[in-house]
Design a protein around this ligand. Structure first.
Ligand SMILES: *Cc1c(COP(=O)(O)O)cnc(C)c1O
Length: 360
């Protein structure tokens, strides 16, 4: 029996996608060859990659002057690839830091140019979004993390960069969880293992002009240009991961797309936060306007860690898996990505209520 998996990533995938993938491993679409065994230059995979890009364009309503890239190395590789391509040594890039992923992105960017922290939630230990943003003079780009997976902090709407300055967004943990207007961005990237598919694969959507104007003196595979020009087929792509992402996107469209997901995700998060806000045992530490709909962070009131340990052990026994908070944050975290059904959140809240009653 499958458990309710609240892992922050690699995370739960839609069950119909997993079942279809099972069959495709043995025989991909009647070709007599499994998806893992097909050449990336063959007609079957070429058609699949085309379909994947088409689905990304459909789900994201991606304008024609944007390129879609399937990158590798995880979202973390974008922390250096972004400044390598877009930040000249004599320029400044602005970073909005709302958690530890943003901090990591800053550390990498500093290797290539000047970084200006335009806003930071560090003062609140990342329990709230910063309330003021101060940009530098003419930054090369503004980088934001739309959802900070560890702290559980999400921008309800992103800060608006100065006129003409590209907005670069790490959307790893909330891409396609709600509608997005691609035309507002210079570049969006997302590691696939939260909302899209297997780990290692990264989806990136970028304004073509930005990619064309990027640096040319970098190693081939570190230039966005290479990925855009060669349709992400310069080297052997992670073919199986692209297959799974294609099926996840098809599932997403069948389920009503990002608008339907936004409604569902809001209902899922509200169910859990509403319970936590009235609980006498647990609390959600993140400020109300800053709370993530994807990663709900909570803990026992009064820092009772022995209670948290017991809660996590009993939750596992009830088939509620991976609720432990990040190793740097402690407490609990329930990740409620697109593929987590409302039913799973209901099961979690019911267990919390039982646990609270028994602890009284
Ligand atoms: C998970 C995550 C990353 C890192 O992804 P990797 O694939 O492990 O490199 C970066 N940013 C955010 C917001 C994430 O949630």
């Amino acid at each position: 029996m499958r458990k309710w998996n609240f892992s922050s990533g690699p995370a739960v995938l839609p069950e119909p996608v997993l079942r279809k993938a099972q069959g495709a491993i043995l025989d991909f679409e009647g070709s007599g060859i499994g998806i893992l065994e097909h050449s990336h230059r063959g007609p079957e995979f070429s058609a699949l990659a085309d379909r994947c890009e088409k689905l990304v364009r459909e789900v994201g309503r991606v304008p024609d002057d944007y390129v879609v890239m399937f990158l590798q190395g995880g979202a973390s590789a974008q922390f250096h690839m972004v400044p390598m391509n877009l930040l000249a040594p004599d320029r400044t890039a602005d970073y909005c830091v709302t958690g530890s992923w943003g901090q990591k992105a800053v550390a990498e960017a500093k290797r290539f140019g000047t970084v200006h922290v335009a806003c930071s939630g560090e003062g609140s230990q990342f329990r709230a979004l910063p309330d003021t943003v101060r940009f530098s003079d003419n930054p090369a780009y503004v980088h934001v993390t739309s959802n900070e997976t560890i702290a559980g902090v999400q921008w309800p709407s992103l800060p608006e960069p100065p006129d003409g300055v590209p907005l670069v967004c790490d959307a790893s943990s909330d891409i396609f969880s709600r509608p997005l207007d691609v035309s507002r961005y210079g570049l969006i990237y997302a590691g696939a293992q939260k909302n899209l598919g297997p780990s290692g694969l990264v989806l990136a959507i970028a304004r073509r002009e930005l990619v064309e104007g990027a640096r040319r003196d970098l190693p081939t595979m570190l230039q966005y240009r290479t990925w855009a020009t060669d349709h992400s087929l310069y080297n052997t792509p992670p073919t199986f991961s692209i297959y799974v992402m294609t099926e996840v996107l098809a599932w997403l469209i069948a389920e009503g797309g990002p608008a339907a997901m936004a409604e569902r995700n809001a209902a899922k998060a509200a169910l859990l936060y509403d319970y936590l806000d009235q609980s006498t045992l647990f609390e959600a530490p993140v400020a109300r306007g800053s709370r993530s709909q994807m990663n709900v962070v909570f803990r026992a009131k009064g820092g009772r860690s022995e209670l948290e340990t017991r809660f996590l052990a009993e939750a596992e026994m009830r088939g509620l898996a991976n609720l432990k908070g990040h190793r740097t944050a402690g407490g609990m975290r329930a990740s409620l990505y697109n593929a987590m059904p409302l039913e799973g959140v209901r099961a979690l809240v019911a267990f919390c209520e039982d646990f609270e009653r028994a602890a009284r």
